[in-house]
Design a protein around this ligand. Structure first.
Ligand code: ZN
Ligand code: MN
Length: 261
């Protein structure tokens, strides 16, 4: 059998055997979205895919191809739609893709599914997609199905955040393209980061309400919502290690009687 955690690198008999052996199946949920002048558009795809691969390697899991388009980028959490390169799905479309992939996995006898999200705006539509899948499969029939939904940043331990942000954590919404994402990208894909292009025009200061059409003046011109100063590959590795450990622990807890040996 091919030694890979990536579902789509296997043949169908290999996938069939891994599912029969009880492999948890990871679905990385990403976005193609601006991440400042200093990083590539694929940050929200690279991070959940890499974290899923690390957790899958330790739990006998398989990682599906990532959903590389995210729910509509918002100025407050991703810079919004005015940046070249940001490609948005509507929440409705995103939810239906999540629903259909889960239903297809269920049809193929997968009963342990983990969605690993890398894009803030995907949270609501992912929950809706999971609920729609349970409706479509039938809640009674789906009793043997367990779906775990994770936002990777929630797996970072408070001690690690305190080490990285001694002056206080700005919160994940403002962390777009900032120290967390930049550090993890420096650890995983250093060629896709060029800190010399970071312009330090943040942090963003948003009003405590939304107006539509959305004004773009509140978003720093670079697209970075907080600061990139202090990013490093070493900090990225601390963050990735927390994410990996948190997901492995979650899988061991939630799938205890289900994980095949
Ligand atoms: Zn991001
Ligand atoms: Mn994002």
């Amino acid at each position: 059998m091919v030694d890979t955690v990536f579902f789509a690198e296997l043949t169908w008999p290999e996938v069939e055997a891994r599912i029969a052996a009880g492999a948890p199946v990871f679905l990385p949920l990403g976005a193609t979205e601006q991440h400042g002048r200093h990083m590539a558009l694929n940050v929200d795809v690279v991070l959940p895919t890499s974290i899923s691969a690390r957790a899958a390697a330790r739990t006998g899991g398989l990682v599906l191809p990532a959903l590389a388009y995210g729910n509509r980028s918002q100025p407050k959490t991703g810079g919004g739609p005015q940046f070249p390169g940001t490609l948005n799905l509507s929440a409705h479309t995103f939810s239906l893709i999540v629903r259909d992939v889960i239903c297809e996995l269920y049809r193929q006898n997968v009963r342990k599914i983990v969605t690993v999200n890398g894009h803030y705006e995907n949270i609501g539509p992912t929950i809706e997609g999971i609920e729609l899948a349970l409706d479509a499969i039938g809640r009674d029939r789906a009793r043997d199905l367990v779906i775990l939904r994770v936002d990777h940043w929630e797996m970072v331990r408070p001690e690690t955040l305190a080490r990285i942000f001694p002056d206080g954590y700005p919160g994940i919404e403002l962390e777009h393209a900032s120290v967390l994402e930049t550090s993890m990208m420096m650890a995983l894909r250093p060629k896709l980061v060029d800190l010399s292009r970071a312009s330090h025009d943040g942090p963003a200061r948003f009003l405590p309400y939304d107006r539509y059409p959305k004004p773009s003046e509140e978003v720093p011109p670079s697209g970075v919502l907080s600061l990139t100063e202090g990013s490093s590959a070493e900090k990225g590795e601390w963050l990735l290690a927390d994410c990996e450990a948190g997901i492995v622990e979650m899988i061991e807890r939630e799938f205890r009687e289900r994980v095949a040996q």
